[in-house]
Design a protein around this ligand. Structure first.
Ligand code: HEC
Length: 174
């Protein structure tokens, strides 16, 4: 799978990974009934382009949120996004850089984009991390489960809200 030397190799490899990942995420996000998992999604209230209230009623943990964003088996955010993560060599360029996103968007706006970005842009390729609305056939193990749990969404929201500086400062330090 690794092809460091070929100039086009990385692009091909990432292209395949994006396709595969989207397939996996689409499957994970889709379900027939939330009740099947015994854990229906918590109700969310959308106001404008935001979900103002925390899904759990509490603030998230930014360190756990950062770990989720970097985790290539959970959030997978860096498949599409870049951000202030100097330790990560491969970052995506299919989506806006997450540097400074906490200064551009409110917590509520960040929350809606994670929960279900289709509410903002119906054509988005970004997975809906807390939605069961997709309609793809999925394996039983993945039915009725959002990609991230409510508490994990809050961890990521709290972390993203803390990203306030321009990309350059966050990458290299002041
Ligand atoms: C498959 C690609 C993909 C993945 C994976 C993905 N995103 Fe996105 N994301 C996008 C795209 C594309 C946009 C631009 C909005 C749109 O599609 O209209 C976006 C927009 C955003 C925005 C709004 C940014 C802005 O400046 O307006 C945030 C915040 C965000 N994503 C966070 C995340 C986080 C956190 C994760 C991981 C949990 C993630 N995204 C995973 C593709 C992705």
């Amino acid at each position: 799978m690794v092809s460091h030397d070929h100039p086009g190799g990385l692009r091909v490899r990432l292209g395949r990974r994006v396709a595969l990942t989207l397939l996996v995420l689409a499957s994970a996000a889709s379900a027939t009934r939330a009740e099947e998992a015994g854990q229906p999604l918590r109700p969310v209230t959308i106001v404008g382009d935001a979900i103002p209230a925390s899904l759990t009623g509490a603030a998230g943990d930014p360190a756990r949120g950062r770990a989720l964003v970097l985790d290539r088996t959970r959030g997978l955010c860096l498949l599409c996004h870049a951000g202030p993560f100097p330790e990560e060599r491969f970052q995506g360029n299919l989506a806006p850089d997450l540097s400074g996103v906490g200064a551009r968007l409110s917590e509520g706006q960040l929350r809606l984009r994670l929960v279900d970005g289709r509410r903002v842009n119906p054509q988005t390729i970004m997975p809906a991390y807390y939605s069961l609305a997709a309609r793809t056939r999925v394996a039983r193990a993945w039915q009725g489960r959002p990609i991230l749990e409510a508490g994990e969404i809050e961890d990521v929201v709290t972390f993203l809200a803390s990203l306030r500086g321009p990309a350059r400062d966050q990458r290299t330090g002041p």
